[in-house]
Ligand binder design. Sequence first.
Ligand SMILES: [Fe+2]
Length: 248
Amino acid sequence: MKTHHSHEAPSHRVGRGTQGSTGVARRTSAPSSRTASPGKAERKTAGEPALLTLPPLPYGEDALVPVISARTIGFHYGKHQKTYVDTLNELIGGTDFAGQPLEAIIEATARKADKAAIFNNAAQAWNHTFYWHCLTPIGGGEPEGALGEQLGSAFGGFDKFKKEFAETAVAQFGSGWAWLVAQGGRLKVIKTSNAETPFVDGQTPLLAIDVWEHAYYLDYQNRRVDYVNALIDKLLNWEFAAENFANV
Ligand SMILES: [Fe+2]
């Protein structure tokens, strides 16, 4: 697993069956952005590129209650992310992008005005799969090992990291994402707008918080700060972050 490039789909590096017994489905094979949905990825006819598919959630829709409701996950995953994937397939059908890996499509379309629709749907498909793996019902707490040490030295302590991560997520104006990334051996907290994703800038995502309103509005209405703090305190998957960090 450590031979993967840092920007490859998060689903390629997760799902080792380490999530415990709190309602999270154990998985021994990683969900792939291209193979997750039986039937859907099949070629319609010989020679036609396979469609990109919506990877399965790494847990049940109610696994993150009470921080995130099953209703929110149902809409967020089953409607919003599914629409990104379906729209992307429609946009790339019959083009050179058909059959390409999701990451390649994102890198090829980033900051190209005439490819914005493809980029937006592709990056949102990737960002959401990454986000689902950043959360776990047995999350929160404080990371140990190399990542814990790096966080302490980069931010002046874990509590200061948490504060900066939360403040960055709350400060993102409008739709977007807050990220913990590694770049050039340094850890940083950044925010991106809309579908923008850090790996196109050579930054390796370790964790993400979705701050689009669809991520929290059913549960928290306008209280983004409460969603962000609850997510950081109770759901962040530090094991996933450590795996990403180990692959930098
Ligand atoms: Fe979202």
